[in-house]
Ligand binder design. Structure first.
Ligand code: HAX
Length: 434
C-alpha cells in the first residue's frame, strides 16, 4: 500500500497556511505591471500564475521540485537493469517534493498497476473513429470518453467540502495516468500496425510496459521513461499546462482537463513541433537523397524555410534564452546510444547552423533549440517512424505534470480563473492616443 496520499495530505496541511497568509496579509502586494505589448502579445512574462511543482529559469531551464534534470536522473530510484528512473517515482517527486525511497517507488508503481485497466468502450470508440484521424485527436477523445469514471464528479454530486476536493481529484489523477500508456500504445498499434494489439504486462513498470505494448525492444523502455519524465512539466504558463489548469479551475474534472490539455499540446507551435521537426528533416533528406548536408547546404535549406515565411521547428522559446536542458539530456542519450544515426547527424548540423542564422534573421528572441529539436530522432532510431504519433508521447508525459498541478490547485483552493479583457478603444485611451 503506497503512502503517497498520506504524504501528500501532510504536505497540503503544511502548505495551506502559507497560501492563506499570502492572500490575507499580502494580497495587495504588487508583483509587476502589465504593458500593452503584453496584453496584445500573448501575456508574455506576465507573472500571474503560481506552482511549486516546477520552475523555468530562462538561462538555466527547468527544475522539477528544485532539481535540475541531471539531478532528477541521478537521485531517483532506477528500474533494475535500466539507466532511467521509474516514472512512478518521478510522479511521487512531482506531487510531494520528496525523492521517494525504493520501497515508496515500488508501492506507488503497484498503485498505478492496480488502476491501469482501460475500459473496453475506449477501444470500441477508438476503432469507430475515421482511419485518418490524427493520433492526438484520438488520444484526446479517448481521455474524455472516460469522463464518466470520475470520482471527483461522484463526490461533488454527493456534496463535498471544498477542502476535501483534492482527494477524489488525486484518485482521478492516478486512475487516468495509469491508463494513458495503454491508451497511447493502443492508438499506435491500431493506426499503424493493422490493429495488432499487444496486451499489457502486469509485472512491468510504466515505461517498461509502454515499450512492451508498443512492441519495441530495449532500450526503448528507458527511452519511454526519459521521454515521459522530460516532457512532464514546464511551469504553468505554457499552452498545455495552462489549459489544464484553466479548465480544472471551473471544477471540470481530471478527464475534461487533461483532454483539453492534449488539445492545446496538439498545436504546431507547441507539442506538435516534435513531429514537424522530423517532417522538416525528412523533406531535406529527400532533397539530399539521404546524404548528410554540409553546413553550407543546410544553411541554404534553413534560409529557404525562413524566406518562405515559415518557422524552423524545434528552435526558439517563449521563456528560454539558451539551449533547452531537455534537448541536452536527449542529446546525451543520442551520443551514448545512437552516435552514428543519420538523422542525429542532421540534427547536429542543424545545431551548428541554426542559432547563427536565427540571430542574423533577427526575429526570434531565442535562437537556441528546444526539447522538440532532438526528440524525434530517438523515436525514429528505435523504429517509431510514424511521426504523427510523436506528440502523443509528449502528451503522456505532460499529463503527469498537469495532473499533479491540478491536484494541488484543488488542495490550495485556487478559484475559477477569470482575467479581465479591455477593448481596443480602451487601450488607445490608456495609451493617450487621441
Ligand atoms: N523560426 C523562425 N522564426 C521564429 C522562430 C523560429 N524557430 N522562433 C520565433 N520566431 C519568430 C516568431 O515567429 C516571431 O516572428 P514575428 O515577429 O514575425 O511575429 C518572432 O520570431 C518573435 O518570436 P519570439 O518572441 O522569439 O517567440 P514567441 O515567444 O512568440 O514564440 C515559439 C515561441 C516557440 C512559438 C517560437 O519560437 C516558434 O514558433 N518556434 C518554432 C516552433 C517550435 O519549436 N515550437 C515548440 C516550442 C517548445 C514547446 O512548447 N514544445 O512543446
Amino acid at each position: 500500500m503506497s503512502n503517497l496520499k498520506e504524504k501528500l495530505a501532510e504536505k497540503i496541511d503544511a502548505q495551506r497556511p502559507r497560501t492563506i497568509r499570502l492572500l490575507k496579509e499580502y494580497g495587495d502586494t504588487k508583483v509587476g505591471d502589465v504593458t500593452i505589448q503584453q496584453i496584445i502579445g500573448g501575456m508574455r512574462g506576465v507573472k500571474c500564475l503560481t506552482t511549486d511543482i516546477s520552475y523555468l529559469d530562462p538561462y538555466e531551464g527547468i527544475r522539477f521540485r528544485g532539481y535540475t534534470i541531471p539531478e532528477v536522473l541521478e537521485k531517483l530510484p532506477k528500474v533494475p537493469g535500466g539507466e532511467m528512473p521509474y516514472v512512478e517515482g518521478f510522479f511521487y517527486l512531482l506531487l510531494t517534493g520528496d525523492v521517494p525511497t525504493d520501497e515508496e517507488v515500488s508501492a506507488v508503481a503497484e498503485e498505478f498497476n492496480k488502476r491501469k485497466k482501460v475500459p473496453e468502450y475506449v477501444f470500441d470508440m477508438l476503432r469507430a473513429l475515421p482511419e485518418d484521424s490524427h493520433p492526438m485527436a484520438m488520444f484526446s477523445a479517448a481521455i474524455v470518453s472516460m469522463q464518466k469514471e470520475s470520482e471527483f464528479v461522484k463526490e461533488y454530486n454527493a456534496g463535498i467540502n471544498k477542502f476535501d476536493m483534492w482527494k477524489p481529484t488525486y484518485e482521478d489523477a492516478l486512475n487516468l495516468l495509469a491508463k494513458l500508456p495503454e491508451v497511447a500504445a493502443f492508438i499506435y498499434r491500431l493506426k499503424y500496425k493493422g490493429g495488432d494489439i499487444i496486451a499489457p504486462d502486469p509485472n512491468l513498470d510504466m515505461g517498461g510496459n509502454f515499450a512492451h505494448m508498443m512492441g519495441i525492444d530495449k532500450p526503448y523502455d528507458d527511452v519511454a521513461r526519459l521521454y515521459f519524465l522530460l516532457h512532464s512539466d514546464h511551469e504553468s504558463g505554457n499552452v498545455s499546462a495552462h489549459t489544464g489548469h484553466l479548465v480544472a479551475s471551473a471544477l471540470s474534472d481530471m478527464y475534461y482537463s487533461i483532454s483539453a490539455m492534449i488539445n492545446g499540446l496538439a498545436g504546431p507551435l507547441h507539442g506538435l513541433a516534435n513531429q514537424e521537426v522530423l517532417r522538416w528533416i525528412q523533406g531535406v533528406m529527400d532533397k539530399m537523397g539521404g546524404k548528410v548536408p554540409t553546413k553550407e547546404e543546410m544553411t541554404k535549406f534553413v534560409w529557404d524555410t525562413l524566406n518562405s515565411g515559415q518557422v524552423i521547428p524545434g528552435y526558439g522559446h517563449a521563456v528560454l534564452r539558451k539551449t533547452d536542458p531537455r534537448y541536452q539530456a536527449q542529446r546525451e542519450f543520442c551520443l551514448k546510444h545512437l552516435p552514428d544515426d543519420p538523422i542525429f547527424a542532421y540534427v547536429n548540423v542543424l545545431y551548428e547552423v541554426v542559432p547563427d542564422i536565427l540571430q542574423e534573421h533577427g526575429h526570434a528572441k531565442n535562437p537556441w533549440p528546444n526539447v522538440d529539436a532532438q526528440s524525434g530522432v530517438i523515436q525514429w532510431h528505435y523504429g517509431l517512424k510514424e511521426y504523427d504519433f510523436y506528440t502523443v508521447l509528449f502528451g503522456v508525459g505532460r499529463a503527469l505534470g498537469v495532473a499533479a498541478n491540478i491536484v494541488w490547485d484543488r488542495a490550495l483552493g485556487y478559484p475559477i480563473e477569470r482575467p479581465k479583457s479591455l477593448t481596443t478603444p480602451m487601450l488607445e485611451e490608456i495609451a493617450g492616443i487621441k
